[in-house]
Structures are given as structure tokens and as C-alpha cells.
Ligand binder design. Structure first.
Ligand code: ZN
Length: 248
């Protein structure tokens, strides 16, 4: 599933091929009138990716669980069927194709700003503001850590994998509620998620718990458990021994 680091990597791959380039062809048909525009910037915010055009319009995409960008040379055979292409941006030297993304919409700059206004600070942004994340975490409804980390209004970009991995690394029970933690403890979870995801940008990070239900925990050798958590339900993987709620 795409997480914030996937979207960052995608933006890094798209920028040199699209920014400053004129779009010769844009598909499918509902976007064809964008041909002739020049891409001026590509931004991400959490899992949202924005392609700004010199015409004052913005292509807003969200990959959710299924979307992925492919880059091709003009004329190269696509690795997915054309009907799955939700957006095609063709320049002189590149065809950037977005497959299976559930959100692809054309917005004005002002509307794009509004769409993103509810999001918390991007967990991967260079100017990340940990105090703002804490403020938002405290202001949100009392929710278990496993749900809080996925709440894009608190911090944008953390997905299910890094939710599980970060909670394991800081030894916190995913069912423990955020309001039971000190600012220091809560800040440490988000700081760890940021560090882990920055590491993932540089290369693959091995998973300690995610996808490892029934196997031994690398720290204590108890079995890793897996249960649905939240609405919509997402699988939470954790070690019940080293992530046990602390006794008081
Ligand atoms: Zn353990």
C-alpha cells in the first residue's frame, strides 16, 4: 500500500521528467484540454500529489491503496492495460501514466489549497513541526495510538506499515489511548515514524512486525499478533510482550 514515502519517491521521479516541460498530450479524454500547458511544480502533502500547471490549474491525485505511477519512453509498451490508466501526461521524452488511482481531479490553485487545509504537518517535510502534531493529537478525539497515527488530520503521510513498525520500535501498545501518554512519549512516536520513513526513502527498511503474524518477535521472541483496528478496519501487527501497556 502506498505510504507517504512512496508518494515522495514518486514525486522525486516525476519532477525531473515533467517540471518545466510542456504537455503534448494529456489523457484520458476528460483531461485532453490540458495539452499545451507546462508543468511548473510537483508537490506532495502526505499521500496527496499535486501537479501544478502554468494555466493556474492543479491536477490532484491520491493513490489510496491501489494507485501507482509508471514512467515510459514515448511508444514504449505499458505494463498495464490502457483502461486502468487514470491519467496520462505525455511530454516530448516521457509518458507518465497513473494507473488505478481512485482520486484524480482538476482543481484551481485556491481549491487545491482548500483540499489540503485539513491535513496535519507532512511527516516527511523538511520543515516538520512536531509541536503542531502534538497540538493536533491532543485536540483530536481520544483514540488508540494505532488509529491516531493513521489520522491524516494529525500528521499526514504515515500509512499502516510505519504505524505498526514505529509503535513496535518505541514499545507502545497500539490499543493504548494517546491521552494516557505524556507529550514526550507521544512526540517520540511521531519522531520515530519520521525517522523510519526518512530511512525508507533511502532504501528498504526491513519489517519487524508488519506482515509477520505468528512469527517470533525480534526482541523478545513472543509471537507477533495481528488484529483489525479502527474504522475502516486496518490490520495492526504488534508484539503483546514488548508492547504491553505499562503497569501503574
Ligand atoms: Zn516482543
Amino acid at each position: 500500500m502506498p505510504e507517504g514515502d512512496t508518494v515522495w519517491r514518486t514525486a522525486n521521479a516525476l519532477r525531473p521528467r515533467l517540471v518545466g516541460k510542456r504537455l503534448l498530450k494529456v489523457g484520458p479524454d476528460r483531461f485532453s484540454r490540458l495539452a499545451g500547458a507546462t508543468v511548473i511544480a510537483i508537490d506532495t502533502n502526505g499521500k496527496h500529489l499535486l501537479i501544478h500547471l502554468d494555466s493556474g490549474l492543479v491536477l490532484h491525485t491520491h493513490l489510496r491503496m491501489t494507485g501507482s505511477w509508471h514512467l515510459y519512453r514515448p511508444g514504449e509498451v505499458w505494463r498495464r492495460p490502457e483502461r486502468q490508466a487514470k491519467l496520462v501526461l505525455a511530454t516530448e521524452s516521457t509518458e507518465a501514466v497513473l494507473f488505478n488511482a481512485p482520486v484524480v481531479e482538476l482543481l484551481r490553485e485556491r481549491e487545491a489549497t482548500r483540499v489540503l487545509a485539513h491535513l496535519g504537518p507532512d511527516i516527511l517535510a523538511p520543515e516538520f513541526d512536531p509541536d503542531e502534531v502534538l497540538r493536533r493529537a491532543r485536540a483530536s478525539e481520544r483514540q488508540p495510538l494505532g488509529e491516531l497515527l493513521l489520522d491524516q488530520r494529525v500528521a499526514a503521510g504515515i500509512g499502516n506499515i510505519y504505524k505498526c513498525e514505529s509503535l513496535w520500535r518505541v514499545r507502545l501498545d497500539p490499543w493504548r489511548r494517546a491521552d494516557e501518554l505524556s507529550d514526550e512519549e507521544l512526540g517520540a512516536v511521531f519522531a520515530d515514524a519520521r525517522k523510519l520513513m526518512q530511512g525508507a526513502l533511502r532504501g528498504r527498511v526491513p519489517h519487524a512486525v508488519h506482515g509477520r503474524a505468528g512469527r517470533g518477535c525480534a526482541r523478545c521472541s513472543d509471537r507477533v499478533r495481528c488484529l483489525n483496528q479502527g474504522q475502516p478496519p486496518r490490520l495492526t501487527y504488534w508484539c503483546p510482550t514488548c508492547q504491553r501497556a505499562r503497569l501503574r
